[in-house]
Design a protein. Structure first.
Length: 272
């Protein structure tokens, strides 16, 4: 069975305007799957769609939607009602701020929970039944090492990514024997536009185009993702992340939180 027959004919990629989401969408198109591109910025999505259309013989659809909107999932469902979605990728919800919980308005944390928890849960509940009915499909939810334990400056973000990881694992437990591949990808530091903008704003890199030290390449992350679609429920991406998880296995939760606190202080350039 071809990739497109197993996971197509259409995929929905949330967070497809740049970085990991755009690269995953291109990977799907390369494998013959039509892609519905979802993010907030219409012009950026149109650019991604144009690039895909110029390289691959697939259809694209652009869905400009703010995932922080409480009605986002319903709007997405309506906009894709005529498509057979066999693959769902949720790669949205990065934290652009990296600041203490009490230094940001509560609305920012609430929006984070909406984008990272509510919407992927709602979309999975909407699209997965058809995958189960046909006995095939795929769901990929991008997570983060920030979800492995609590740490400073990413209180709501880390908690939302912990939700994503456990949600993907539990969904895999229910759906993998029904022919639906569910994979939670746990990423470490990755060279995305969001990370470059954040580190440049803090003076840690000299330009928004500079690769942050120690950041994995987007193409390497996407290659691991495609190579491990059937190796769910959870895949730690990159040797550094796998080594970190192995180290954490010998530590108590308190020790892991202390480690995350030290790493957070180092990222801010402050004493731990």
């Amino acid at each position: 069975m071809t990739f497109a027959a197993r996971y197509g004919p259409w995929a929905l990629v949330a967070g497809a305007s740049d970085g990991l989401g755009a690269a995953f969408a291109a990977g799907l198109a390369e494998r013959g799957v039509h892609v519905a591109l979802l993010a907030r910025r219409q012009s950026a999505l149109e650019g991604v769609a144009a690039e895909i259309n110029s390289r691959y013989s697939v259809e694209t659809r652009v869905l400009a939607t703010d995932l922080a909107d409480p009605g986002a999932a319903a709007a997405i469902a309506a906009a894709t009602d005529d498509l057979e979605i066999g693959f769902l990728v949720y790669c949205a919800g990065a934290d652009p701020n990296f600041k203490p919980f009490l230094d940001a308005p509560l609305a920012a944390a609430e929006a984070m929970v909406q984008r990272n928890c509510m919407v992927p849960m709602q979309l999975c509940h909407h699209f997965a039944p058809a995958m189960v009915a046909r006995g095939g499909g795929g769901i990929v939810i991008f997570g983060s090492g920030a979800g492995l334990a609590g740490g400073p400056n990413m209180v709501a973000y880390g908690a939302s990514k912990a939700f994503d990881m456990v949600f993907a694992e539990a969904l895999w437990a229910e759906l993998h024997d029904k022919g639906v591949d569910v994979l939670g990808l746990i990423l470490g530091k990755t060279n995305t536009p969001a990370l470059r903008a954040l580190e440049h704003s803090r003076g840690q890199i000299g330009s928004p185009d500079q690769v942050p030290p120690g950041a994995a390449a987007v193409e390497d992350v996407i290659a691991e993702a495609f190579a491990n679609l059937t190796n769910g429920p959870t895949w730690m991406v990159g040797e550094d992340m796998r080594a970190a998880v192995q180290m954490m296995a010998s530590m108590t939760r308190n020790q892991i939180v202390e480690l995350m606190t030290q790493l957070g202080a180092a990222a801010m350039g402050t004493p731990g």
